[in-house]
Write a protein that binds this ligand. Structure first.
Ligand code: ADP
Ligand code: MG
Length: 492
């Protein structure tokens, strides 16, 4: 023990008790100090002297509460209280301590735990959440961009065919095409940077992901938050990459943590019902009002302070869950807590079972076609361009602006259609869901998927086994004809 300020009021312990007390103090990872009523330090443990050689840091003026406030309050009312303390080290960098104050012997006994590591992990989680959120938004923008570029490039191509080969107009249109291609390259770079994998690579074990996150949280969360898991069903495969599942679970858990600043219970449950898995994340935190609940999935909606909340966590979770063909629900009562429920289809139980017809087939571009093609895309410009291209290639075209409209049309006139050109990401039913549904009544119909996301991220998904081709946006006439002809040849 090193007395910091040579003693005014040493603890009233017998020499034997003091010896025992000091031995216990020095045997722990905690620093302990005893403040007297004047906030002087008559006594402290060795570790305290080591951590704070010049005493406790003065509270910066910008902060409303500091250690003095906590110690004084405990002196006044005798309540046990905890607060967090930052200390800038002489060697550079800063460390974080959790201080617990308790009234003792006319003064206050303060116990300090070093929580720097925990704090850094929390910051890391927050930072990666923010980056991933931005990445998701950027990927979405790049994807929409490719839709517009399909229109621009398509119309430029069509225009060129109507213009004389050597005119000034053709050169201008060519420059337009060049600029649009450069823009598409840029969109490609954004997609590569954000490592977009909207429909996923590989299938995660839901229970395994939840278990590993729960283990991490038990170490890093405030000990007053109890983390419980109930994962009765082992190995529950869901059609999402493990990274995405972890992202979703981690986001929900961070929100639950933020909702329980004074501690509580965080419960993670996984259940399987029929062909669906359900993940429940329940907290006993502050809950939400109806107004907040209505907006939580909006990007950038947050009720947290600057620097704490991004408002992207739930928006991203929802994107991920929807892309996997799942859904997300929330129940919450102010003051009582919140329950997030996620339903996901089980991997391998989807109805997509038709094997891919042969390998990728190289077909001659511009090969004269014949037959009827259903073009499904929510973007009118893309529908128009695809229709013109296909008409010129000798195909008859029908169009649909949504998955539901396409399924309705196929139910009535399925036998007239020779191939479906299907957009991957549309509002309402998405490409994978449309494929699963149409396979029930048209198991053999060739399907070519188009997407503004990269091919690799799409074709690695399990459901991609049930389609016959992929066409990246923006596409030109040659690429479209090759994809269509390839899928039709594979079908024969
Ligand atoms: P952020 O966490 O960055 O604020 P989120 O999209 O994750 O962004 O959450 C949006 C808002 O939803 C939060 O600011 C909060 O108001 C509310 N919210 C989310 N989860 C919970 C929860 N478990 N309990 C109470 N409120 C929540
Ligand atoms: Mg959040």
């Amino acid at each position: 023990m090193k007395p910091l300020s040579p003693t005014s009021n040493p603890p009233c312990l017998s020499p034997r008790d003091l010896e025992l007390f000091e031995a216990v103090c020095d045997g722990t990872e905690l620093a302990i100090a005893w403040f007297d009523a004047a906030l002087q330090l008559p006594w402290c443990s060795c570790r305290f002297a080591e951590w704070f050689p010049r005493g406790l840091p003065p509270t910066p003026e910008s902060e409303a509460t500091g250690w003095e406030v906590a110690v004084r309050a405990t002196l006044d009312d005798g309540a046990v209280r905890q607060s967090c303390l930052r200390h800038d080290c002489a060697a550079g960098g800063s460390r974080w301590y959790r201080m617990t104050c308790r009234r003792w012997n006319g003064g206050v006994l303060a116990v300090f735990a070093d929580v720097t590591l925990q704090r850094h992990m929390e910051d890391d989680i927050l930072r990666s959440e923010r980056l991933q959120g931005l990445g998701g938004v950027a990927a979405g923008v790049a994807h929409d961009f490719n839709n517009y570029l399909t229109g621009i490039l398509g119309i430029a191509g069509l225009l060129k065919e109507t213009l004389p080969d050597d005119g000034e107009e053709v050169r201008m249109v060519s420059r337009l095409e060049g600029a649009a291609r450069a823009a598409s390259g840029l969109a490609g770079q954004i997609l590569a940077y954000t490592r977009d994998d909207p429909e996923g690579v590989g299938d995660a074990d839901l229970c395994g992901c939840v278990e590993s996150i729960a283990a991490l949280l038990r170490h890093t969360l405030d000990p007053r938050i109890e983390v419980r898991t109930d994962l009765r069903d082992q190995a529950v495969g869901v059609p999402l990459p493990p990274g995405r599942v972890q992202q979703v679970v981690m986001n929900l858990c961070c929100n639950a943590r933020d909702a329980m600043p004074a501690g509580g219970t965080l419960e993670l449950t996984v259940r399987v019902h029929g062909s669906r898995a359900t993940l429940r994340v329940r907290d006993t935190g502050m809950g939400m009002t109806d107004e907040v609940k209505q907006r939580i999935f909006d990007p950038f909606f947050t009720t947290k302070g600057v620097g704490r909340g991004t408002g992207l966590g739930l928006a991203m979770c929802r994107e991920i869950v929807l892309a996997a063909g799942g859904e997300m629900r929330v129940e919450s009562t102010p003051g009582e807590g919140t329950l997030f429920e996620i339903h996901l289809p089980l991997e391998g139980r989807a109805e997509v079972e038709v094997a891919r017809g042969g390998g990728p087939v190289e077909a001659a571009a511009g090969e004269a076609g014949g037959g009827t093609i259903l073009v499904v895309d929510d973007e009118p410009l893309v529908r128009m361009v695809a229709e013109r291209f296909l008409n010129r290639g000798g195909y008859t075209v029908v169009t649909a602006d949504s998955g539901d409209a396409a399924l309705e049309l196929l139910r009535r006139r399925g036998d007239e259609i020779d191939l479906v050109l299907l957009d991957l990401t549309m509002p309402g039913k998405r490409g994978p869901q449309v494929v699963a549904a149409l396979r029930r009544f048209l198991p053999e119909l060739p399907v070519v998927i188009t997407s503004g996301y990269s091919e690799q991220s799409v074709t690695n998904a399990a459901w991609a086994q049930a389609v016959q081709g992929f066409l990246a946006k923006p596409f030109d006439r040659k690429a479209l004809m090759a994809a269509v002809a390839g899928a039709l040849v594979a079908d024969r």
